[in-house]
Each structure stands twice: as structure tokens, then as C-alpha cells.
Write a protein that binds this ligand. Structure first.
Ligand code: 5GP
Ligand code: ZN
Length: 113
């Protein structure tokens, strides 16, 4: 499958991996928008948030749980952080394999741009 993140999962493309378990991979974003900017992804290929099915609900929960644990491990859980999932063109999605941006280490503004 011609998917960048599936290639990272399969080790066809290198990445700075920070967490891996049977269902989830997390790695540093190549173009960080914060002092810490990781992408937390399911190993299962799901193209967009619109493609999540009922059978994926626990996986999506695990994604969020992994992000929160990584935030704690990075030391910014209490100060706060930003989690973002972009969907399709208007949402700013550029890689069509769902991913949670976990950003921390600075103060974020709201609303997002
Ligand atoms: P999106 O715009 O789809 O929400 O986010 C895609 C993210 O993937 C961007 O933040 C971009 O910097 C990151 N990205 C794109 N290509 C690569 C890559 O080859 N390696 C890594 N580690 N991140 C990538
Ligand atoms: Zn994929």
C-alpha cells in the first residue's frame, strides 16, 4: 500500500520512534511545530477520521491513552499540551492514515488557525 505511515510502521522508511506496542506506533514529527511534536498512529491503516468503524473504538481510545501517557513521560502533562487530528482537506490533513498530533513544551493559542 502506498501509504507513508504504513511504510514507517513496516520500517521501509526511517522514523524516530518513541513508542510501539501491538496496535500503536508513536514517532517524532519530521517538521515539529512545538518543542515536542509526536505523531501517534494506529498500526491499522485507517485513511481518515471518517473511516473509523465501530470495531475501531477501542483502538481510538488506546490512541488517546497512548498520547496522554507520552505527555506524562515527556513531563508536560500537568502544564498542558495540544492534541490534534486533522480530517480531509479543510482540516489540513496531508497524510491519509489517521494520526494524533501530540504537541507540548510551549503555550498554544486558541482558536487554532
Ligand atoms: P497532517 O497534516 O496530515 O495532519 O499531518 C501530517 C504530519 O506528518 C505533518 O505534521 C508532517 O510534518 C508529518 N510528516 C510528513 N512526512 C513525514 C515523514 O516522512 N516522517 C515524519 N516523521 N513525519 C512526517
Ligand atoms: Zn497507512
Amino acid at each position: 500500500m502506498d501509504c507513508l505511515f504504513c511504510k514507517i510502521i513496516n520500517r521501509e522508511i526511517p522514523a524516530d520512534i518513541v513508542h510501539e506496542d501491538d496496535e500503536i506506533l508513536a514517532f517524532n514529527d519530521i517538521d515539529p511545530k512545538a518543542p515536542t511534536h509526536m505523531l501517534v498512529i494506529p498500526k491499522k491503516h485507517i485513511a481518515t477520521l471518517n473511516d473509523i468503524e465501530e470495531g475501531d473504538l477501542s483502538l481510538v481510545g488506546r490512541l488517546q491513552y497512548a498520547a496522554a501517557r507520552l505527555a506524562r513521560d515527556q513531563g508536560f502533562a500537568d502544564d498542558g499540551y495540544r492534541v490534534v487530528m486533522n480530517c480531509n482537506e479543510d482540516g489540513g490533513q496531508t497524510v491519509y492514515h489517521i494520526h494524533m498530533h501530540l504537541m507540548g513544551g510551549r503555550r498554544f493559542t486558541w482558536p487554532a488557525g
